[in-house]
Structures are given as structure tokens and as C-alpha cells.
Design a protein around this ligand. Structure first.
Ligand code: ADP
Ligand code: MG
Ligand code: MG
Length: 874
């Protein structure tokens, strides 16, 4: 027969799935001989079985519980419900993964009108006994019977006022007896049942309440979001009580074996004298630092120190330990791996390797890749942050913290930044024309747009803090104001942004710059030894390229050429090219652009040296380069020697209902091959320059965007190759190159075998691929994806984490078809997913050659790739 209850002495730390995290660790500590108050665990299987039994405890499990209760009585020499020496227990929930929403611990269970007399006798402390009893009724009422806490507090406060008392501890035994009676009345009135005097009934009701809490709505939502399966269930721990509130030689506390904020190898903790569990967290009294225990109770302190060493060596990780001292006697009530900051996580992992406690591989698994972000960006001053007021929340689009004065146009932002202001650029949404304003700002806030909106992508690329899609903002660009509910902010007012949470604060908050410790370097080098994926970066400027290289990028996976076109000196030439009335005019404009582009590529090649660089030919629709506001069109018409009406006609002609699916990518080159010809010429001449002048061999990877059909690629490739040959024969030296394509249109993935005949490499453009596979517009999805997440129709924004079942299937198909045609085809990813750990794991599973991500995500990608390789050895 299946066993649903295990004594603490029957389990171990390997049994988390059955006993829950807390139960398995209590068993493990019992097993290795630590002073753990005895008890037993009702298993997670019992929880599942409970739901199979129409949410009723069935006879067998009740019998088992009572059998273990008898054992507990034997072990403690006390009896449950006894009028002279009663056994009291705590009832503690404990799932496999700790999660909010589960039931709070109940202490002192087993007290009733009789056993309270026994407790008073046994401890020779009537006050203590009745205080424990009234606390228990209150807790039982709140946690098991759902009676509002404040109803009890009100009565207690009333009594204190009547008797003119200041503190709870001033209450006499008579006051407490009075409260016990009143509390029982509250329960009868509010819950409609008498407070149970039968202690076995108390216990079963508490166990049931824990099982029920597994399915409360908060816990359910939490599980969905964190991918915790529904079938796990929670365990219940029933443990004999020890008392930290038995006078001045008793107390309770919590300690970390190392400092959780910086990792320093020094005990870090707090304790409260003469107190019980909930008092420490309740914050009613201020706890003392753990060192103070050394003077108060040197022996118990020394024993505790020994336990901390033992536990850390045993678990080989920093522990978070809960303990209680009853009349000088130490008891350990919980241990678990402690939560820590990234800085602490890295320092602890590296130091534990040098202490011989863990291996390098284990160390690599100890740090969440996403957490590294914390180290690379500014953070808020903690104290100032506590005083700050959140005025609204948007999407956490790009990490970091920023504080500055608000400006509403890129021009104003640039001006303010030139006069040394720290600027926060506030926009409905950003577009390529805003780049200079974004460069001039320390943070960007938008009212619209999602996680892959222009603002989000560009800010991440620059490593700048960005909160996007803060829908409550009512921006009036003309008046230079923004309204957030009742609050009106004007140009020059201070706000602060938290790019990690999406929170927006009123006023200024001090920020701190990131510092990278020596251990960071050591740690990242270990990660590099184990990963199979290469890590490249998405970078369009020498500055970003340099940044990425410092973070360890091994090449460029996506160099977008259009960003180069928006610079102030170039945009007029670009516009002349677009407005050209014939091929001759267009070629003339392109001739002017050629040396500029060549210089761009030389600058980037110089930073990257011999590392590979993938350059994407022009991608966006041409209308993005033209003005749309009436006054700007008038101004441009004047400088371009064209009439307003002619220009307006062209702007209208280029207007598209759905530009994302319009005349862009390689479709532009089908119409205007001369644009790509110019770009390819610039790339190849830059490569020639590198070889002749710098003696550096670069092998450009030329990437054609938005290909959907093999014939499309073939047509463009022929043009590219012809241009390349002209440059090479002109220069008289050989330059190697590669021509490949993005896989971002679903049709390209489906026909990848055909496309591979013309492509030397594939780079998955998963932003567009997700957009076109899901049919979610990248620019508009922000407004409803949140709804989908709240209703758990999506577990994760598919623009953030690759949707393995849908988009991922297309990728897998493309990989297989591509390799069938060309076994050595080079495969990478350059969408935003290239910097997201779960997506990187997926790329590892597909056996891609590299991932490419924005510069500040390069360290994250390096670590995520290493973890994927360790988790899935090939
Ligand atoms: P949480 O999961 O919220 O930490 P716990 O089950 O660890 O809840 O209980 C909270 C606190 O209650 C413990 O830290 C401890 O101080 C106290 N407590 C729990 N069980 C006992 C017990 N058997 N004896 C004394 N105190 C206990
Ligand atoms: Mg605890
Ligand atoms: Mg694309």
C-alpha cells in the first residue's frame, strides 16, 4: 500500500518531489543528526489524492497521520490535547518550489481549554500559556477559517485601551483569558462554527487547509507564470513545537551563511530574544544582529555556528537557516539555498570553487543568466528608492535605472544634453528619426509599443534604460506636457525609470554605476569553456561594436545598414535618392552615399578585426526616410528643388496600409537593384581597404533580408556577385565573401531546401518570423499581449521567448531542410531572442552555430549557452 505520511527520520534531501522542499530538508537535517524538533510530512501525493477524493481526507490517510502522531508523542514524552503535559505542533505548508499564495504556518496547534491549563502547569507560566492560546485561535481563525485578522486585532486593541496598557506584553493572564473567550466568539460569529476543542479535528482541518491552498487563485496564477506543473501538489509538515518565547534564555532568528548582497563569507543574520516565529517577520520589535547572540548565549551561539558550517558543507551552497532557542537549547527549523543578488551569486560561486566545495560546472549553473543584467547597468540608490513614488508602469523594455529631466522631442533632448542635462526622452513611440535624441538621453519612456518596438530594440542595443508602452501617459507634444492620471508633468521636470520592472517614478532618484568584479571575468571565462554556441552581437556603429567586444562578442551577427542612413549629413542624400525621377538621378545620389557607407564598414571592420561580420542590406520601406508632417514636407520641398505637390504625391505614393508586409527588404532591390549594388560595392571596397592598408583579412558576410522564395534570392544574388566581381577585378586582389539570407518569412523556412542552394548561411530573423507566424504586429501587439498574459492564454510574450511549438517548429524545419541541401551551411539567429536564455537553449538544441544579440546581452548569452551545453550534452 502506498505510504502517504513519512516521519522526518524516514526521508532525505533527494525526496523533494514527494516531501516538498521544506520537508525534504527537515528530513535531511534529522538524518545528519542536527537538532530538529521531531515531526512528519504528509506527502504531495496525498495532496493529489485528496483532490481525487472530492477534496475530502479519506480514512487511510487519517489513520496514518494519527499513527505518526502517536510516534511523535512517544518521541517527545508529551500527549496531544493532554491536560498536564500537552504536545503542541506547527503545521507548515511546503511545495517542491517555494511559492507565494500557499498557506501560512500555524503555530501552537493542539491547544484547547484543557491543554492550555496543562501548558501553564508544565511551563509554570500561565501568561505564556494563554498568550500562546489566543495567538493560536487567531491564527487558526485567519488561516483555516478565513476570518479577517483585524477582527481579532480590534478586540485586542480595545482591551489595551480599556486597561490603559501600551504594549501586548503588558497584558495580564486575566486579560489573555478574556481575549481567548472573545476570540472564540468571533470565530463562532464569523465562521459559523465553534472553535474546535477536539485537537485531532484541529489537525485534520489544518492539513486540509494546506491542501486547499494549493489551488487558491494566486497560487494557480503563480504556477502558470513560472511553469510549475499543476500536478506537483504541496506537502504538509507537522512538527512538534519548540518555544522561543519562554523568557530571556529563549529566542528565534534567521541567518545566511554568507552575505546575500555581496557574497562575503561571513554569517549574516538577525535574532529576537523571547519571541516566537512570526514576531521576527512582523517587524513589531527590531531584531538584533546575530553577533549579539555570542554575548547573550555563548554556548548556543557556538553550536549554531557549527551547524551553519556543517549545513553549508553539506548542501555545498549558501544556506538560509531558521532557528529557535528554547531555554538555552538550540533547534533548527529550516534550511534552504539562500536567495542572493547577482554580485553575491558570482562571488559565492567563484569562491566555492576555490574552496573546493563545488566544480566549475556547478558554479556555472548557480547564476541565472538573466540576472547578469543587474551587473551591467546602473541601479537606483536603495534608500532613495524606498521613498520614491510610482506614478505608472509600462513594459520593462530595456534594463537599468535612469533619472533625469523630461523632454518631448529628439531636438530638445539633444539641446538639453548639450547643456549637460541628464535627459529622459518621452515619446508616444520612437522611430528611426529619434535616434539622435535617444543617444542624447539617459532613459527613454514611450506610451505605445511592445518589447520589440523600435524604442525597446534600439534602447537595448545602446544599453539604455527604457520603459515602453506605458499606456496611462497622455502626451501633448505641442504643449510639452504629459499627464499621468491626476499628475501633470512639464518639460524639464524630473522623473525616474526602472527598466527592469517598468516602473516610472516622480522626481529624481540617485543612481549608481555598475562595477564588474574580478570574479566576473573568471566566471565568464569558465562559461566560455563549456559552451558550443558562438556569441555574436547586433551592432550598427563602431561604438556599439566596441562595447559588445568588451563584453565578449565573437563577431557581428547583424549589422543594420539603414541606421547609417539617418545621420544628419546623410539623410538629405538618401532623400534625393528616393525622390529621383530616373535611374540617372538615383545613381548620382547613390554615388554620394557610397564613400560614406564604405567609411562605415571600414570603421566597423577595424573594431572587429578578423572576427566575422554579417551585414544586412537595406531593409525598411523607403517612406521611413521621408517626412510626414505637413511643415516638414514643405521645408524639404524647398531644399530639394521640387514642388510641394510633387513631393506630397511621392510621399502619398509610398504610403502603405501595412508597411511591415510591404515594399521592403529584398523587394526593394527587385525594384531598385542599384541600392544594393552601391551597398555591396561599399562593403567590398572596405574589405579591400582593410587588406591593402591595414593588412587585415576580412571575409564579409552579406545578408539579404526578407527572402521568401529561392528565385528572389537568386535574382538578387546574381546582381550582388556581379558587383563583387567588378570590385575584385578592379582591386586586383582576392577577397573571400559569403552571401546568405535571413529566414524571417514563413515561406522561406518551409522552402529552406531550395533557398539553401543559393545561400551560404541562414540567419533566423525571429522578430519578423514571430510576427508573420503568429500574425501579431510587432508594433501593435503590446496593447493586447498583456491581456493574453494576464489571462494565461500565453505563458510568455512570444517576442521575448521563442514560441518553440510554433515559430520553433519552422526553425527546426528550416535547419533540417537547409542542412539536407548544404550540410555545412552556417546557421545563426539575429532576432531579439538571441539574447534570451530559454531561446538560446532552443538554439543550442537545434545545433545552430551562433546566436547574435544586443551588446549588453552578450554576457547573458555566453552564460545561457554554457548552461544549455551543460544541461544537454551532445
Ligand atoms: P515560511 O515558509 O513562511 O518560512 P515556516 O513554516 O518556515 O514558514 O514557519 C515560519 C516560522 O514559524 C519559522 O521560521 C519558525 O520561527 C516558526 N516555526 C515553525 N515551526 C515551528 C516549530 N515547530 N517550533 C517553533 N517555531 C516554529
Ligand atoms: Mg521558513
Ligand atoms: Mg526583419
Amino acid at each position: 500500500m502506498k505510504k502517504f505520511v513519512h516521519g522526518f527520520s524516514e526521508g532525505n534531501m533527494g525526496m523533494k518531489a514527494l516531501l516538498g522542499g521544506k520537508g525534504a530538508n527537515l528530513a535531511e537535517m534529522t538524518r545528519i543528526g542536527l537538532p530538529v524538533p521531531p515531526g512528519f510530512t504528509v506527502t504531495t501525493e496525498a495532496c493529489n489524492e485528496y483532490y481525487q477524493h472530492d477534496s475530502q481526507l479519506w480514512q487511510n490517510v487519517k489513520d496514518e497521520i494519527f499513527q505518526h502522531l502517536v510516534k511523535l508523542e512517544e518521541a517527545t514524552g508529551k500527549q496531544f490535547g493532554n491536560a498536564s503535559n500537552p504536545l503542541l505542533v506547527s503545521v507548515r505548508s511546503g511545495a517542491v518550489f517555494s511559492m507565494p499564495g500557499m498557506m501560512d504556518t500555524i503555530l501552537n496547534l493542539g491547544l484547547n481549554d484543557e491543554s492550555v491549563i496543562g501548558l501553564a502547569k508544565a511551563t509554570n507560566n500561565e501568561r505564556f500559556a494563554y498568550d500562546s492560546y489566543r495567538r493560536f485561535i487567531q491564527m487558526f481563525g485567519d488561516v483555516v477559517l478565513d476570518v479577517k485578522k483585524y477582527k481579532f486585532d480590534t478586540i485586542l486593541e480595545k482591551r489595551k485601551i480599556e486597561k490603559n496598557l501600551e504594549l501586548d506584553v503588558d497584558l495580564t493572564p486575566e486579560d489573555l483569558k478574556y481575549l481567548v473567550e472573545e476570540f472564540k466568539k468571533i470565530i463562532a460569529r464569523e465562521a459559523g462554527i465553534q472553535f474546535p476543542q477536539d485537537v485531532k479535528k484541529q489537525l485534520l482541518m489544518a492539513v486540509e487547509a494546506v491542501f486547499k491552498s494549493w489551488n487558491n487563485p494566486r497560487a494557480k496564477v503563480y504556477r502558470k507564470i513560472h511553469d510549475i506543473p499543476e500536478h506537483l501538489g504541496t506537502a504538509v509538515n507537522v512538527q512538534s513545537m519548540v518555544f522561543g518565547n519562554m523568557g530571556e534564555t529563549s529566542g528565534t532568528g534567521v541567518a545566511f551563511t554568507r552575505n546575500p548582497s555581496n557574497g562575503e563569507k561571513k554569517l549574516f543574520g538577525e535574532f529576537l530574544l523571547n519571541a516566537q516565529g512570526e514576531d521576527v517577520v512582523a517587524g513589531i520589535r527590531t531584531p538584533q544582529p546575530i553577533e549579539a547572540l555570542r554575548e547573550r548565549m555563548p554556548e548556543a551561539y557556538q553550536r549554531f555556528i557549527n551547524v551553519t558550517h556543517l549545513l553549508e558543507n553539506h548542501y555545498k551552497d549558501m544556506q538560509d537557516i531558521e532557528f529557535t532557542i528554547e531555554r538555552g537549547e538550540l533547534y533548527i527549523l529550516q534550511t534552504r539555498n539562500g536567495k542572493r543578488t547577482t554580485l553575491a551569486a558570482i562571488n559565492i560561486a567563484v569562491e566555492m570553487v576555490s574552496e573546493g566545495l563545488i566544480s566549475q560546472k556547478e558554479a556555472i549553473m548557480r547564476v541565472e543568466p538573466q540576472q547578469l543584467d543587474q551587473l551591467l547597468h546602473p541601479t537606483f540608490d536603495k534608500e532613495e528608492l524606498q521613498r520614491a513614488e510610482v506614478i505608472t508602469t509600462g513594459l520593462p523594455a530595456s534594463s537599468g535605472a535612469a533619472s533625469g529631466k523630461i523632454y518631448f522631442t529628439p531636438e530638445d533632448a539633444v539641446k538639453a544634453s548639450n547643456s549637460r542635462e541628464r535627459v529622459i526622452l518621452v515619446r508616444h513611440e520612437t522611430s528611426p528619426e529619434d535616434i539622435e535624441g535617444m543617444v542624447a538621453s539617459v532613459g527613454i519612456l514611450t506610451a505605445r509599443g511592445g518589447m520589440t518596438s523600435h524604442a525597446a530594440v534600439v534602447a537595448r542595443g545602446m544599453g539604455k534604460c527604457c520603459v515602453a508602452g506605458a499606456g496611462e501617459l497622455k502626451i501633448d507634444e505641442a504643449a510639452k506636457t504629459v499627464r499621468v492620471r491626476e499628475m501633470l508633468l512639464k518639460e524639464g521636470d524630473y522623473i525616474s525609470l526602472n527598466g527592469n520592472t517598468g516602473e516610472v517614478y516622480a522626481g529624481e532618484i540617485k543612481t549608481q554605476d555598475p562595477q564588474l568584479s574580478g570574479n566576473f571575468e573568471v566566471f565568464m571565462n569558465w562559461a566560455d569553456q563549456y559552451r558550443k554556441l558562438r556569441v555574436r552581437t547586433n551592432a550598427d556603429t563602431p561604438r556599439d561594436t566596441k562595447q559588445a567586444k568588451e563584453f565578449g562578442a565573437e563577431g557581428i551577427g547583424l549589422c543594420r545598414t539603414e541606421h547609417m542612413f539617418f545621420e544628419e549629413t546623410r539623410i538629405p542624400v538618401v532623400r534625393r535618392m528616393i525622390l529621383a525621377r530616373n535611374l540617372g538621378q538615383r545613381k548620382k545620389a547613390l554615388e554620394q552615399l557610397l564613400p560614406m557607407q564604405r567609411k562605415d564598414f571600414i570603421d566597423i571592420f577595424e573594431v572587429m578585426g578578423a572576427l566575422p561580420v554579417t551585414i544586412r542590406l537595406l531593409d525598411p520601406p523607403l517612406h521611413e526616410f521621408l517626412p510626414h508632417e505637413e511643415e516638414d514636407i514643405i521645408a524639404l520641398a524647398e531644399t530639394m528643388e521640387i514642388t510641394y505637390h510633387e513631393l506630397k504625391d511621392i510621399v502619398n505614393d509610398l504610403h502603405e496600409f501595412n508597411p511591415m508586409l510591404g515594399h521592403r527588404g529584398c523587394r526593394l532591390a527587385v525594384t531598385y537593384p542599384e541600392i544594393y549594388q552601391m551597398q555591396v560595392q561599399a562593403i567590398m571596397e572596405a574589405a579591400v581597404h582593410m587588406k591593402e592598408v591595414k593588412g587585415v583579412t576580412v571575409k564579409p558576410e552579406i545578408m539579404v533580408p526578407l527572402v521568401g522564395a529561392f528565385k528572389e534570392l537568386k535574382y538578387i544574388k546574381d546582381i550582388i556577385v556581379q558587383t563583387i566581381e567588378e570590385v575584385i577585378s578592379e582591386a586586383g586582389i582576392q577577397i573571400e565573401y559569403m552571401i546568405g539570407t535571413m529566414i524571417e518569412v514563413p515561406r522561406a523556412a518551409i522552402t529552406a531546401d531550395e533557398i539553401a542552394t543559393e545561400a551560404a548561411f541562414f540567419s533566423f530573423g525571429t522578430n519578423d518570423l514571430t510576427q508573420m507566424t503568429y500574425g501579431f504586429s510587432r508594433d501593435d501587439a503590446g496593447s493586447f499581449i498583456k491581456e493574453y498574459l494576464d489571462k494565461v492564454l500565453l505563458e510568455k510574450d512570444p517576442f521575448q521567448r521563442i514560441d518553440r511549438n510554433g515559430v520553433g517548429k519552422l526553425m527546426k524545419l528550416a535547419v533540417e531542410l537547409g542542412r539536407k541541401t548544404k550540410p555545412d551551411i552556417k546557421l545563426g539567429i539575429c532576432g531579439e531572442h538571441g539574447g534570451e536564455p530559454s531561446s538560446i537553449e532552443f538554439c543550442h538544441l537545434l545545433n545552430l552555430d551562433y546566436v547574435s544579440c544586443s551588446p549588453f546581452r552578450v554576457p547573458i548569452a555566453r552564460l545561457a549557452a554554457a548552461q544549455a551545453a551543460l544541461r544537454h550534452p551532445q
